[in-house]
Design a protein around this ligand. Structure first.
Ligand code: HAM
Length: 417
């Protein structure tokens, strides 16, 4: 039985096949994301992977709604697997924001589902590091969030030569639109054309723009000029003060496809332009109000950083670590008469936080030793009986080959050889 297209199997290393993903590397990525989010004072939240379809309709934009894994459940409810986390977050905030001091700084690592055509950097499920700040209208929050995004990528060894945050503004585009067109109903259609400029045939974009009373040439002038708005200037200054100026540039090609963005928006890309967007986000000051039915009005901003493109980029730059079992001690049981005291030793070491492996059933000494080698255990330990009948523990460091012996309850001390 095959897995569905665009879905992944995660296996522990060493990987059995080139078509499967590493569960160890996934854990490595998640651990880094959690570490950095906590460093910035963000707290972890989560929500349901299945939501009412309505939550996404009109809020995320047509493109995402078309990509949903939606169905009618056995209770006749129209539901969807979550294609993104932001509407869930807005719903959760709207329900209980009073219990939290503002600004609320939360992160999550949801698995998301989108019925896209699987290809480079795009699958039908992915994990996304989401970080959002709710209840702060000042651009200081936008800069803080972008700094978090930069650090979430630097944590893997990526530098300003590997990636860049392209910073833009929905406000700037809104002003551009309003100065030339008074039919506000067409703004979203216009934003969609801008969002696809880099992927679409220029003649086609021009044709679509002309239908709305714009021209590609004029648009390109505005993009190339790249004049930062006062808001963007403040964000750039804040990031420069942190020494992060090299990681950001103003680029009005970015406008974001999702419908709910309102202010500064941004996307992270690899510098060489080989991959699709690594991350995207921005301000969405009206979403909580919309989802709460006008009951709660809080400014908000956030980003989503996907695991698929990040993984591809880290692989291409040789930045993925080699993963091993992380076994600290392999306990060899060479004399079956000593299995019980060995089990006691294993249990004591595990209670002390060590990763301990051993052979569950009787096995020849060389087989046990080979297994310890395969697992790349840092040490082996074994119990022996001295001529006087005393139990003695022997600990060997695999790398230095140094062997030490002592009483069984002193094994922990011998491990730091
Ligand atoms: P998004 O731009 O749709 O934003 O997704 C963010 C990132 O998720 C993308 O840059 C990409 O790396 C990854 N991603 C998206 N779709 C796929 C896919 N089919 N396969 C693999 N990776 C994918 C959002 O989802 C917003 N909700 C982010 C946000 C949070 N805005 C505010 N707060």
């Amino acid at each position: 039985m095959e897995r569905l297209p665009g879905f992944r199997d995660f296996y522990p290393e060493p990987l059995p096949h080139k078509d499967v993903w590493s569960a160890d590397l996934r854990q490595y990525i998640f651990t880094k994301w959690r570490e950095i989010a906590r460093r910035y004072g963000f707290r972890e939240y989560d929500g349901p992977p299945l939501e009412p379809l309505e939550l996404y309709q009109l809020k995320s934009g047509d493109e995402l709604v078309e990509q949903m894994f939606n169905f009618v459940d056995k209770g006749e409810r129209a539901v969807s697997m979550r294609p993104e986390m932001t509407p869930t977050l807005a719903r959760m905030i709207a329900a209980h924001e009073r219990a939290y001091k503002k600004p609320i700084k939360w992160f999550a690592l949801p698995q998301l589902f989108r019925y896209e055509r699987p290809g480079k950097g795009r699958l039908r499920e992915h994990f996304q590091f989401n970080a959002d700040i709710i209840g702060e209208a000042d651009v200081a929050a936008d800069a803080e969030l972008i700094a978090l995004l930069i650090d979430s990528l630097r944590a893997f060894g990526l530098t300003a030569e590997d990636f860049v945050i392209r910073l833009s503004s929905r406000n700037a585009w809104q002003d551009y639109f309003s100065a030339r067109c008074h039919d506000h109903a067409k703004a979203y259609e216009f934003f969609q054309i801008v969002d696809k400029l880099e992927r679409e045939d220029p003649a086609k974009s021009d044709e679509k723009l002309k239908a709305l009373g714009f021209s590609l040439e004029e648009l390109n002038h505005f993009i190339i000029a790249g004049e930062p708005t006062p808001e963007l200037k403040a964000i750039l200054d804040d990031l420069a003060a942190r020494g992060l100026g090299d990681f950001v540039k103003v680029d009005y090609h970015v406008i974001r496809g999702l419908a709910y963005y309102t202010g500064p928006v941004f996307e992270a890309f690899d510098r060489k332009g080989e991959f699709r967007a690594i991350a995207g986000g921005g301000r969405y000051d009206n979403l909580v109000k919309l989802i709460s039915g006008d009951k709660v009005n809080l400014p908000a901003l956030g980003f989503g950083l996907g695991d698929v493109v990040l993984f591809e980029l880290l692989k291409a730059r040789g930045l993925l670590p080699t993963c091993d079992s992380g076994v600290d001690v392999f306990v060899l049981i060479e004399d079956e008469e000593l299995r019980k005291p060995s089990l006691k030793l294993i249990q004591d070491l595990r209670s002390a936080g060590m990763v301990v492996e051993y052979s569950l059933t009787p096995a020849k000494s060389d087989k046990q030793f080979k297994r310890a080698q395969e697992l790349k255990a840092t040490h082996t330990a074994k119990l022996e009986k001295s001529p006087g009948g005393e139990l003695v523990a022997k600990v060997r460091n695999f790398k230095t080959r140094e062997e030490k012996s002592g009483p069984p309850d002193g094994v922990r001390g011998l491990l730091s050889v």
